[in-house]
Write a protein that binds this ligand. Sequence first.
Ligand code: AMP
Length: 421
Amino acid sequence: MTLQAPKGTFDWLPPRSEQALAVREALTAPVRRAGYGYIETPVFEDTALFVRGVGESTDIVSKEMYTFEDKGGRSLTLRPEGTASVVRSVLQHGLHNGQLPVKLWYSGSQFRYERAQKGRYRHFWQIGAEALGAEDPALDAELIVLAADGYAGLGLTGVRLLLNTLGDKECRPGYRTALQDFLRALDLDEPTRQRIEINPLRVLDDKRPEVQAQLAGAPLVVDHLCEACKAYHEEVRSLLTAAGVAYTDDPRLVRGLDYYTRTTFEFVHDGLGSQSAVGGGGRYDGLSEMLGGPALPSVGWALGVDRTLLAMEAEGLAGAETAESRVQVYGVPLGEEARRRMFLLMTELRRAGLDADMSFGGKGVKGAMKGADRSGASYAVILGERDIAAGSAQVKDLASGDQTAVPLAEIVTTLKERLKK
Ligand code: AMP
């Protein structure tokens, strides 16, 4: 049997792969316009970075990481998310000593050993944006608006924004205690009981119906916010409204880590079944300190490229245009000498800015013309021995079937002229 891609992974193939590129491009265009600079970090990092930067009590660290020992005995992990690496890099290179906030965006593969299903993969692609070193509701709102504009730029209309705040180090401890008191009185299994002690917010996120049924009366962060957090959140909400970005308050939306503070949000799409989150993010004011850096209040998001494309397919936005032409011109050389000439003609056409491909493998005219049709080209350039002798080639309009002889020296200008229309 031939080898298969590992479970939970897949290949992006043409023409769908073109759409993946287009999604990445469209989702990053808004942040690039807003002064975010591009950052690329290694695909693997010291395991300790994620243990500290994502948190031991998370599913990601406790069961989903691809961790291995390298030949030098170091424990390394394929990155399961981008934020920890970005913060590590900013601290390592002292970017936070310059102008704040440091604004960065990234695009890359992430790896999580998850239960594979539609929309949930073990290797997937995220676009991310992070703004480090400023506590300002306008920055939270900016990032949310930029993500919303990215989805809108793709023509998506079914993306909904869920918004919440998690409080800060003033008000969160009181809320945490109230939540723990409530949760301890419930009928929960042992692993969940342990979670109450380590990371009670995450219990709110438990998707099991038997757990959800008991959570109806759980205390909510909104009822425990300090004045500063309330005012901050109000400002974020009002800026979003002013920018025309609709949201739904979701008082149960959580990110389960202690250094996640205040603004938290998720973008969901209802056409995706159970894996409905297309993106999410929030403020992580405590992360830099967790990684040994100074206080660096920050906010960021990560958007899932794979799921965004699924959302586009669900809205009928992807697919039809996949039949788009691969090239504009297709060369049909008949014979050895013609192949040499065609090779050079293709090179000239491409250097002149046209998309061009030719038939390879010494095919006869029938097979080569089939290739021309499949390529989606508007014109075929056919070159036989008689044409070479006459110093010309046949330029065939593949839509109308019209064919004219054009001097070889004029092929490039003729095609450029015709393809302009
Ligand atoms: P997270 O880093 O978990 O906040 O995820 C941010 C976004 O990445 C999610 O909203 C999804 O769109 C996407 N994502 C997360 N995990 C996966 C996965 N296993 N497969 C595909 N996309 C994912």
